[in-house]
Design a protein around this ligand. Sequence first.
Ligand code: ZN
Length: 390
Amino acid sequence: MNTPHNRLPDFEELLRMLVATPSVSCTNPDVDQGNLDVINHLATWLEDLGFAAEVTPLPGRPGKGNLVATLGEGDDGLVLAGHTDTVPFDEGAWGSDPFSLTVRDDAFYGLGTCDMKGFFPLVLETVRELRGRDLKRALTIVATGDEESSMAGGRLLVERGKPRARFAVIGEPTGLTPVYAHKGMIMLSIRLEGHTGHSSNPDLGCNALDAMQRVMGALMQFRGTLAEQHQHPGFEVTIPTMNLGCLRAGDNPNRICGEAELQIDTRLLPGMDANAVLEGIHQLVSEEAARSGVSFDVKPFYPPVPPFEGQRDGDLVRQLSVWSGHEPQTVAFGTEAPFYQSLGMETVVFGPGAIDQAHQPDEFLAMSQINPGKQALTYCINRYCIEEAA
Ligand SMILES: [Zn+2]
């Protein structure tokens, strides 16, 4: 690898700069922020290491973009990938400033340290230490935007058909355990609209809450059917789930309820078709609304996150399993892995930090993850980009 300059700061300084660059993704536009400043930092550092960096804006999402940075040639190499945005934070709940990296108790504290800004300094340090080695196959670093709300960055990669490689490591926090499968996700809102009226006579209105009760019954039945039809022994919760998470309706006991909204979260197993499930939900709401004489609207918060199942016995998963001493696992959180898989890569989710710390106040990355993380990435780069292909 050609590294004419070595101006790259050390791991802690890199992480400090990334944490200090806010990139909160939120479905609430008042809270939502861009990620281009984070991407520009990464592009500069990677260019210093000899990479060709390309920044692509996310259509319709101002201030947001993807970075694809490549060293070497060809489409049979390795991708190391992650997202650059974070979730919002509870101001009062943090023991220190979420945007200023704090080092204590052998850990780095700050918003996004674990999920997953910390992965990028790890990659940069690993690449820097490999300088001078010739790459036989390309090494590509991908840094996406808007993963935490719409996954628009991952979707854009698929639309553009780039990057191309044989293997992809998604550095989400798995405690350096290879993860070969995760569930898919649909989050949506169901709104019913009837008519208000005096509570003393039901004929004076059309009760949206009564109608919602029937919709909820139908949803729970649908949930049961899905669970009968689909099981996957690789998951802790072996069936698809549907959580009725939030209900808002009406305003007063003596008024007929005119409007009701229900928000649900559905987790799909690999092999399930997210669009078919969405259609099923739409169908049952439409039937129950017609029966109750209310109008309805079914609105996903974002396009469904597809479930993911990679190759449990593929080379990448097996190598990382042997390297880490951990059996390949499944997890219940969604990642961008299905997008890389659909681009033709053998994909694994494998990164430093524990998911328990993600999306929490006082998020941290334990220092004990840094050296093993670098060793794992070094091993992957050696095997898939530097050594003669087997
Ligand atoms: Zn994440």
